[in-house]
Design a protein around this ligand. Structure first.
Ligand code: ZN
Length: 258
């Protein structure tokens, strides 16, 4: 794992295994983390994580492909051993472009040997990026089966790491460019605001946090939810507004991702 780098978020940023792990492990079920990170580690830098924990209620309601609020493994769920999240949306490096979702041919699909090797699978139709422990087929069946805990110490087959694919050079972290400074404004933004500065943050929330916002420069409820999601993930005060601290955190991550 020494020099191998892993994709993180939805831009082009690459990080060490430790950074990836430290970013996504808090609040995750320890057994899910054990399996998922072992899977990632032993795939030689092919996979990384686009998003993990998602605060409840931030996803669109009644949209195909999104779980109902409260019924996602991206949210903390009550297992006998505690309240944890257990699912990731994974990404792979897309040289020269933003990281992309893995294809079905790359992932441990439900029932396949690779899934059984790690107790970690992708099983949702049309979501080849969504990964979770093999016991968790869906929120409904988990709930109806009594919210069983994950099998501790799943007997993973630990492989030697794959031969390392050539790694793209690590992009240096650039100081802010004129473009960023011109676009950046420090006025406090909250729901109802309109402007190019709102659009600037919408674009970055899409690029680095996969929020899927319409780039309309209008600070509406969906933008508020995306910001609450961001704030929750990074441990900021969750108020749904774009004050100086939240603006700075988005820009800092965006600069590292660009
Ligand atoms: Zn997902």
């Amino acid at each position: 794992m020494t020099n191998t780098l892993y994709p993180i978020f939805y831009g082009t940023r690459l990080v060490t295994f430790d950074v990836l792990r430290n970013t996504f492990e808090p609040r995750m079920h320890p057994e899910a983390a054990r399996r998922g990170f072992n899977f990632i580690l032993h795939q030689g830098g092919l996979f990384g994580i686009g998003s993990g924990f998602r605060a409840p209620g931030v996803q669109p309601v009644n949209r195909p492909g999104f779980a109902q609020p409260g019924r996602s493994f991206h949210e903390g769920q009550d297992f006998p051993s505690g309240r944890f999240y257990t699912a990731w949306d994974m990404v792979v490096v897309n040289p020269g472009f933003k990281h992309r979702a893995p294809s079905w041919s790359q992932v441990p699909r439900q029932g396949q040997q690779l899934a059984l090797d790690y107790g970690w699978h992708m099983n949702i139709d049309e979501e080849s990026w969504h990964a979770q422990p093999t016991e968790l087929d869906g929120w409904g069946s988990w709930f109806l089966n009594g919210r069983r805990d994950l099998v501790a110490n799943y007997p993973m087959r630990i492989f030697s790491p794959r031969p390392q694919p050539p790694q793209p050079p690590v992009p240096p972290i650039q100081p802010p460019t004129n473009g960023v400074i011109v676009e950046f404004t420090s006025r406090n933004l909250s729901e109802g605001a309109v402007g190019s500065d709102v659009k600037f943050f919408q674009r970055h929330l899409n690029d680095i946090a996969g929020q899927g916002l319409l780039l309309d420069g209008y600070f509406g409820p969906t933008t508020t939810r995306a910001i609450r999601n961001w704030q929750g993930f990074f441990g900021l005060t969750v108020d749904g507004g774009l004050g100086p601290k939240t603006q700075r955190s988005i820009i800092e991550v965006a600069l590292q991702a660009s």
